[in-house]
Design a protein around this ligand. Structure first.
Ligand code: FES
Length: 133
């Protein structure tokens, strides 16, 4: 299917109350809707680090946190507010071979840049959230 760029209905505004976020698919694109203190925003539902879906993360205090490595993004702009974390609880108890593999993975992951989340234009019309994708 060919994607046609344009305005699409993403959700009913009542389904994204203030303080919540919701992942939706709009015109074949996965979109994350957030409803913060200054209104509804839309972003590509993809972490700027390693592409985990941000809709399985958390939204609190004006920031969105990735569920995979805890990178933090501004829920208004998508800007990076906190870098990914490589720390793993209980890692000290791992067998040495596994610990070494984890350290190598951490060194590789430290080279991966964390980009901002990609915002989409959004508008609320007659109770519907419209997103331009
Ligand atoms: S994929 Fe989101 S912080 Fe790594």
């Amino acid at each position: 299917m060919v994607h046609v760029t344009g305005w699409y209905k993403a959700a009913e505004a009542k389904d994204v109350p203030q303080g919540t976020m919701k992942g939706v698919e709009v015109g074949g694109t996965k979109v994350l809707l957030t409803h913060g203190s200054s209104g509804i925003r839309a972003f590509e539902d993809r972490c700027g680090h390693m592409s985990a879906p941000m809709s399985i993360g958390t939204f609190k205090g004006g920031v969105i946190k990735c569920a995979l490595h805890a990178a933090v993004f501004d829920a208004e702009t998508g800007a990076v507010r906190g870098q990914p974390q490589m720390h793993m609880d209980g890692a000290a108890k791992l067998p040495p071979e596994l610990m070494e593999a984890m350290m190598k993975m951490g060194q590789i992951m430290a080279q991966i840049r964390c980009d901002p989340m990609r915002p989409f234009p959004v508008a609320v019309e007659s109770g519907s959230i419209m997103v331009y994708v």
